[in-house]
Design a binder for this molecule. Sequence first.
Ligand SMILES: [Zn+2]
Length: 202
Amino acid sequence: MISHGFLKNIDAKGDYPLVEEYLKNRYGDLEILRLRQIHSDMIYVDATGEGDGIIITKPSVGLIRTADCYPVVIFDEAAGIAGVFHSGWRGTEQKIVSKGIERMRDLGCRDLKSVIYPGIGFCCFEIGTELVGRFKAAGIKSECRDGRIFADLKSAILDELKNGGVSEVTDNSCCTFCGGGYFSYRRDKTTARHATFVAVTN
Ligand SMILES: [Zn+2]
C-alpha cells in the first residue's frame, strides 16, 4: 500500500518533532528517510543523504520539507514503489522530477501516478531579470507584469510529469505565498517548513 500527505504548518521550527510523532503514530516503527536538502537533482533509493529526492521500494516513509518549493509525490501502486521530490526553481531547472521518473522506471515502475502539493504560484513567484534566460532555457515560463517578472514553476513541473508519461496527476497545490495560512520562505524569511511524506506499507 502506498499513502502520502502534506502536513501544513505542523512545526514552525527546529527538528520537526511533531512531524516525526505524527508519522510514528500513523506508521509505527517504519523507518523514516529524510534528506539534507540542497536544491539539487540528487535522488536516493532506500537511502538518505544530501539531496532532494527519495525513492522507496520497501516499507518505509520518505519525507521532505518545503515552503514555496513544490513537493511532488510519484508512485506506482502495483510495483510498491514511491518517490517524493523537492522541486524549487533550482530543482525544476535541473529537472529533478523527470530524473525521478526515469529512476523509478529503471526500478520497474510502469503505471505512475502523481500528486503535487502547495508551492509558490505564478501569481507570486517573482524573479530577477538575471534569471530570465536561465528559466527560459529550462522551459520555465515567465512573464512581465507592471515591470516585475513572475515565473511559473508549477506548469513546468506538470509538463515534466506529462512528458514522463505519468498517467494521472492530482493537483493539490495552491500558492503558499498568497494562499492563506501557509509557510512561505519568500514572504516570511523563516525556517518554518511544511512536510510532505510518502509511505510504502505492507
Ligand atoms: Zn500567490
